[in-house]
Design a protein around this ligand. Structure first.
Ligand code: BG6
Length: 288
């Protein structure tokens, strides 16, 4: 039975997918993928040993689903960063094994009284996970109400690396970006061939098609992060001081991860008319 209902950390329900391509685990809490291990490889995603696994708190690592805003709430600092979708329980609405050996699951979140109290819009969000030779995560957002709305979204993937100081990320050369390191918002242009990490890195690249290849020179591993319907890319490592401030992130974990995120945020935010839908996806591939 390749799709197993399981109880994960913190007693939270999850699905475990296994097939000839490998293994993936997705929690219903946040529709949050925490693990992806190709059959003949090692774990690709990074998880913090300090992550919370609790109702109302986001999971640290894996692939958080950010929706309907990215970063802080535009006007209410009491609202969760990166939106409420990652701290809500989603419902499994489809699961199937395909004849090509791939496994597909879909989790769904719709508006309710709690969501409308902070974001007054009718929506359905469907997160589909496809475990094949690659891992694809697709977020389809539909406006099910009578009025248009504007939203932001991100598939905030955390990747495991052996040493961030020997890691590079490509696909951003020549692109304008907003440098958010240190909490600021400075407009810059990337003139380096690849991104290297020597300090806190928090970059928002609008209108950047990708793909991005993460090269982890210390292990020799490369991961290609492709995007479909996601105009923005985000690259993040908190480094030392910011890591120390986060309660759900170990002080010494920063050298072992990098986030490369597929997003529609800021100037790329979505405008959805009544009845309209948009899908933002990322495909992760171990480049061998
Ligand atoms: C990144 C943002 O996407 O997520 C950073 O660009 C942020 O600014 C990081 O610090 C982690 O966010 P959070 O809410 O999961 O701590």
């Amino acid at each position: 039975m390749p799709i197993i209902d399981a109880i994960g950390q913190g007693g939270l329900p999850c699905l475990e997918l296994t097939n000839r391509f490998g293994f993936a685990r997705v929690y219903l809490h946040g529709a949050h993928v925490t693990h992806w291990t190709p059959a003949d490889g090692s774990e690709m995603l990074w998880m913090s040993a300090r992550s919370f696994f609790a109702a109302g708190k986001p999971i640290r690592g894996g692939i958080p689903v950010c929706f309907p805003w990215f970063g802080g709430h535009p006007s209410d600092a009491t609202q969760p960063a990166h939106g409420f979708a990652r701290v809500r329980a989603w419902t499994v609405t489809a699961r199937a094994d395909f004849t090509d050996g791939s496994t597909h699951v879909t989790l769904t979140l719709s508006d309710d009284a709690d969501s409308r109290a902070v974001w007054p819009h009718a929506f359905t969000a469907e997160l589909t996970l496809i475990l094949a030779a690659t891992l694809t995560v697709a977020l389809k957002v539909s406006n099910t109400g009578a009025a248009p709305f504007v939203c932001e979204e991100a598939l905030h993937s955390y990747f495991s690396v052996s040493d961030i100081e020997q890691t590079t990320v490509d696909g951003c050369h020549g692109q304008a970006y907003i440098d958010k390191a240190g909490g600021g918002a400075v407009d810059r242009r990337d003139d380096a061939e690849v991104i290297r990490f020597t300090a806190e890195t928090d970059r928002f690249y609008p209108a950047t098609p990708g793909p991005h290849v993460i090269t982890d020179a210390a292990s020799g591993r490369r991961i290609r992060v492709s995007k479909q319907g996601a105009q923005s890319s985000v690259v993040w490592n908190p480094w030392i001081a910011k890591a120390a401030k986060m309660p759900d992130y170990g002080d010494h974990e920063w050298p072992s991860m990098v986030c490369v995120e597929a997003a529609n945020a800021g100037s790329d935010r979505l405008h959805l008319a009544p009845g309209a839908s948009a899908t933002c996806a990322t495909t992760l591939e171990w480049v061998r």
